[in-house]
Every structure is written in C-alpha cells, then in structure tokens.
Design a protein around this ligand. Structure first.
Ligand code: KIV
Length: 259
C-alpha cells in the first residue's frame, strides 16, 4: 500500500520511526522503493550529487521537474516529496503555488518541501496548504541559505537562536505543514521540537530524538566526494564502481571480454 501523509502522522503517534532518503533518477528511486523506504525526497541536493553544481542554488525548476518525473516513474510505494528549488517560491505565495502546481501536475509528486520558517514563508506554507498542496517544512541548517550562514554550519547553538528555530517549527505546524525536516541542530533542541509538535520531525544531523531520519542517498552509498560529519556511509559504491570499471577496461585491453 502506498505511504500517505495520514500514515506518517499515525507512525509518529505509535512511535514508529520514519525512513526518508533522497532520490534523483528512476534507477535509484525504484531500488530504494523496492527496499521499503517510507518517503523519497527529490531533494535539491541533487544539484550537487547528480549535476555537479557547487551548491543547491543553481538548480532550476525545469531541472527539478525533469528529475522528479524520473523518480516518480520508479516509485510504487513511497511518498514522494520534492524540494522547491531556490527562487522558485521565495518571491510570493503565488509564485510558490505555480512552482508546486507544476511539480504536482507534471511529475505526479505528492508534496513539496520549502526551506525556512520566517513569517513570509509561514504565510506561503499556509497559502499552499489551503489550496490542497501538502508542504513539508525545513528549519535549522537550510542549505539554500548557505551564504547567509557562511557555510554549512550547525544552527541553533545559542539560546535565542534555538528559541527562534523552535518558534519557526511551531509556526510551520500551525500553518499546516505535514512534517518538518530539522537539519544540523543540537540534539536536545531537535528532541524538544519533536516532543512539542504533533506532526513528524525528520532529522538530519539532529539526533535520535526525531520522529524520522533522512540521509542524502549519495552519502549513504559512499558516492559523494564529501560527506557531512553526521552522515553514515553504509556502503562504499565509489570503490565498487571504480573496481568494476577498471576490471572491464583491463578485460577489454587483454582480450578477456567478450570471451
Ligand atoms: O536536498 C536535500 O537532500 C535535503 C535533505 C538534506 C533534507 O533537503
């Protein structure tokens, strides 16, 4: 049975942790889906891990649409959520509605994710939700603000900052967000937010107190050039792929393939 937003809320109530991974193409999406992942996020981290851009800021809505379409073709079970790319939603709620609508209509995703919990973004979330578009929030380290943060630094380390992040999470829930990503914040703060909110929190570098966990799939599989300190590398595909390709080259050069 396909995962629904309602199901995520039920899982939080039952204390059943939610698994989330990123996907950017058909091949990985179908593998992750068949392996039983709950939620697939077409995260704008694909700008870096799949397209070689230096940050997520360069990704366009058109590129995101292309990748989201490939992902949904591979998914039967997981809930598919898609990031709204930088500058495709910050201008106004109407701009966000057009961008989200394009992704829902043309890629068949179920929900969008937006970064930030400042008042204008909370209004945008409310605007989208009222018009039937489910929204996942994202607070703490929001990578589209990397320059504002002077790097991918942990957020919420001072009391006023921690309180601001808590208030943002509460405001996003009140605006109708169905879940919130908490990225790279102190673990006690993430636990407090998770206990305060009724909607599920999905942590990345935010500790075990969240209702679910997300990783960038390229980090989990050892495919990215650089991993953040909180990522766990479950498999080193970079070595496996390099080894297989070197073996193929040797076999061709030594007349071992085809035999
Ligand atoms: O783009 C992404 O991969 C994300 C996750 C890190 C949450 O937003």
């Amino acid at each position: 049975m396909a995962v629904t937003i309602h199901q995520l809320r039920k899982w939080k109530e039952k204390g059943r942790p939610i698994s989330v991974l990123t996907a950017w193409d058909y091949a990985f999406a179908s593998l992750l889906d068949q392996a039983g992942i709950d939620v697939l996020l077409v995260g704008d981290s694909l700008a870096m891990v799949a397209l070689g851009y230096p940050t997520t800021l360069s990704l366009s809505l058109e590129e995101m649409l292309y990748h989201a379409q490939a992902v949904t073709r591979g998914v039967n079970h997981a809930l598919v959520v898609c990031d709204l790319p930088f500058l495709s939603y910050q201008e106004s709620p109407q701009q966000a509605l057009r961008s989200a609508g394009t992704l829902l209509q043309q890629a068949g995703i179920a929900a969008v994710k937006v970064e930030g919990g400042y008042p204008d973004m909370v209004n945008t979330v409310h605007y989208l939700v009222e018009r039937g578009i489910p929204v996942m929030g994202h607070v703490g380290l929001t990578p589209q603000s990397v320059h504002q943060f002077s790097g991918y630094r942990r957020q919420g380390t001072s009391d006023p900052e921690a309180d601001r992040i808590l208030q943002e999470a509460i405001a996003l829930e009140t605006a109708g967000a169905f879940a919130i990503v908490l990225e790279h914040i102190p673990h006690p703060l993430a636990s407090k937010i998770s206990q305060t909110l009724k909607i599920p929190t999905i942590g990345i570098g935010a500790g075990a107190g969240c209702d679910g966990q997300v990783l960038v799939t390229a980090d989990l599989l050892g495919l990215s050039e650089w991993q953040p300190p909180f990522a766990k590398v479950y498999s080193n595909l970079q070595d496996s792929i390099t080894g297989a390709v070197q073996q193929f080259c040797d076999d061709v050069r030594n007349h071992q393939f085809p035999q």
